[in-house]
Design a binder for this molecule. Structure first.
Ligand SMILES: [Zn+2]
Length: 331
């Protein structure tokens, strides 16, 4: 797919924002800082955080456009972060393809693109803090152990039964690292989904923050990065709504602020079934002008804004004027 691309991805340089140099990272990098020192009046920071496991597809375009609209309508910043930690699934060239597509769709971002694969030292530090606070432990359960130990309702991850909570059972070796889920009801108000309550201990149990293969789990990385980047607003697909309580639990454990949340409606197939990366999500059509205009109009339609095909810049400007987040919840 990447071989046909003929555009160069412009590097967006920024004088006021950027990833701290790896060598200079320390504990204080986990505390949020003002990401825009030269722009004190800008308080809102949104972001789009795709996984470069393939080209941008329709579902992720909707998340990109939606998060862009939410941030830009308030005059906020919009950051892009590549969630490329799951190296076995990362496809070479995908990050560049995604950035190129964002550019062709008129979705300009602020600051440098951040790559999670270059930020392991931040996750190490978060893990160290959690260990120090006795909030994590080694788990020696294999996938088969977990399946035997727990029965899960269809379509849900099994609740971890706590097998290794008080120490590794005899004969098992440490594999993953789990976070002790707090047995309390966490609540948040989602701009689209409304009021949400979840008890992570009951719904998920102690969850993995570093996998058996040594890769940091999405839940930890996203929390650390949102805080380190000063993100104040998380807008993403509704498939991640069920991750939010786990992320809030981690934010609290690490003493990090909780951003606002908006979970966008998912794009569905014509038969109503979900489009997912693994089950044949529609890749975006070619990045020529006509396809970009039509696809952008479609994505905006999913977000409740009808805009006639035009240049992406004009379409987005019009969408900014007409986008009403409140309407998303009722659609
Ligand atoms: Zn275990």
């Amino acid at each position: 797919m990447g071989s046909g691309l003929k555009y160069e991805v412009t590097k967006h340089k920024s004088s006021f924002m950027g990833t701290p140099a790896i060598s200079s990272l320390h504990t204080s990098d986990l505390t949020p800082s003002t990401p825009c020192r030269d722009y004190d009046r800008i308080v809102l920071v949104g972001r789009f955080a795709p996984s470069p496991t393939g080209p941008l597809h329709l579902g992720s375009l909707v998340a990109a456009v939606g998060s862009w609209l939410f941030a830009r309508r308030e005059g906020g910043q919009w950051l892009v972060r590549m969630e490329d930690l799951d190296t076995p699934r990362v496809v070479a060239g995908s990050a560049e393809e995604i950035l190129l597509a964002l550019e062709r769709y008129g979705l300009t971002w602020d600051g440098d693109v951040v790559y999670q694969s270059q930020r392991t030292v931040l996750y190490d530090e978060a893990l160290r803090l959690l260990r120090e606070r006795h909030l994590v432990y080694d788990c020696g359960c294999s996938r088969a152990d977990l399946q035997r130990a727990a029965s899960a309702p269809l379509g849900r991850e099994p609740v971890y039964p706590g097998t290794c909570r008080e120490g590794l059972p005899a004969g098992r070796v440490a594999r993953a690292i789990r976070f002790r889920a707090p047995d309390i009801v966490l609540t948040f108000d989602d701009a689209v989904a409304g009021h949400v309550e979840e008890n992570v201990a009951a719904d998920t149990g102690d969850f993995v923050i570093r996998r058996a293969d040594g890769v940091y789990a999405y839940q930890l990385a996203v929390v650390v990065d949102d805080a380190a980047q000063g993100v104040t607003q998380v807008v993403r697909g509704a498939d991640l709504l069920s991750s939010t309580a786990r992320q809030i639990a981690l934010q609290r454990a690490l003493g990090l602020p909780t951003p606002s949340y908006a979970h966008l409606p998912l794009v569905t197939n014509p038969d109503g079934s979900k489009l997912g990366k693994r089950d044949g999500a529609l890749p975006l059509p070619s990045l020529d002008e006509r396809h970009v205009a039509e696809t952008l109009a479609y994505a905006l339609g999913v977000l409740g804004v009808e805009v006639v095909p035009d240049t992406p810049q004009r379409m987005l400007a019009e969408a900014l004027r007409r986008f009403e987040p409140a309407r998303l919840g009722s659609s």
